[in-house]
Design a protein around this ligand. Structure first.
Ligand code: 2AM
Ligand code: CA
Length: 274
């Protein structure tokens, strides 16, 4: 049997190779979205061609991402926003080709590509790429989180006072939450420096990991919106969990996150309104 240190080294070089593949794929997805972005302004705002256009962008970006990963790892599985589940071996890539679609359609430059890898039941790596700022967030489980190759950490604020909190509004499909959400929003507005609603949950979670936001909450997200971002926060020293009872935040999609102290305070502030 190989000595433990040798096993670790080979394990980490395998993870690095997987990460390189994820980065290459996420950049391809982001470049695809950018190529289409210049055409958004020419679309007739009233026509259903707008929705067809964004579907086309989503599909093209997702196809580019999946092809790029498959080229290197033909037997891996996928769970992707546009094309759903593609069974494979115990390696499953969780892909959101364009997170922040509404922003994209309006030419509002906040959207991202999210790629995560789950091996058996464990998230092992995550990549979120912001093509407008060309910022690349990466994380490997146990090895930390990075922005453009530099280590990132969550903020060190001792509580909600002065904190900047990110969120997303409940969608119409999820409007059972709206009244409770608005009560939460009011409570958070009253206790913090401010609330931001940028519109790409994958990127919001990375901003928590990088200390640009101190905390975040949103209801009704999907696994591909949050898989990479949750690992990013944990590897940056923060906490992420489900706001509602359930096995796992990737399944409930109801997210609360933050640096440890802000996370605790935000959770306590939101709990009475659940
Ligand atoms: P998307 O742009 O990939 O759809 C912003 O609040 C977050 O919610 C984004 O991550 C966005 O991802 C997601 N989102 C947008 N529309 C949604 C909907 N109808 N239901 C659930 N999530 C949605
Ligand atoms: Ca999404």
């Amino acid at each position: 049997m190989a000595p433990l240190s040798a096993t670790r080294t080979s394990g980490s070089s395998i993870m690095q190779a997987l990460l390189n593949t994820a980065v290459k794929a996420a950049r391809k997805g982001g470049d695809t979205a950018l190529r289409y972005l210049s055409r958004v302004a020419d679309l007739d705002v009233r026509s259903k061609a707008r929705n067809e256009f964004v579907t086309q962008v989503d599909h093209a970006a997702e196809a580019a991402i999946i092809a790029s990963i498959r080229e290197r790892y033909p037997h891996h599985g996928f769970l992707a926003e546009e094309s759903g589940a593609h069974p494979g071996d115990e390696f499953v890539w969780i892909v959101d080709p364009l997170d922040g679609t509404t922003n994209f359609l309006h030419g509002f430059p906040v959207f991202s590509v999210s790629v995560a890898l789950r091996i058996r039941d464990q998230l092992e790596l995550g990549v979120v790429y912001d093509p407008c700022r060309q910022e690349l967030f990466t994380a490997i489980r146990g090895a930390g989180a990075q922005l453009d190759g530099r280590r990132i950490r969550v903020g060190s604020r001792p509580g909600l006072d002065g904190a900047l909190i990110g969120t997303g509004f409940p969608y119409r499909s999820n409007d059972e939450w709206l009244d409770r959400y608005l009560a939460m929003l009011r409570a958070v507005m009253e206790q913090t420096a401010g609330v931001r609603r940028p519109g790409s949950a994958a990127l919001d979670l990375c901003y928590v990991a990088a200390g640009r936001l101190d905390g975040f909450w949103e209801f009704g997200l999907q696994a591909w919106d949050i898989a990479a971002g949750t690992l990013m926060i944990r590897e940056a020293g923060g906490l992420v969990a489900s706001l509602t009872p359930g096995p796992d935040v990737l399944e409930t999609g109801n997210v609360v996150a933050g640096s440890p102290k802000v996370y605790e305070a935000l959770r306590a502030l939101l709990a009475p309104h659940l």
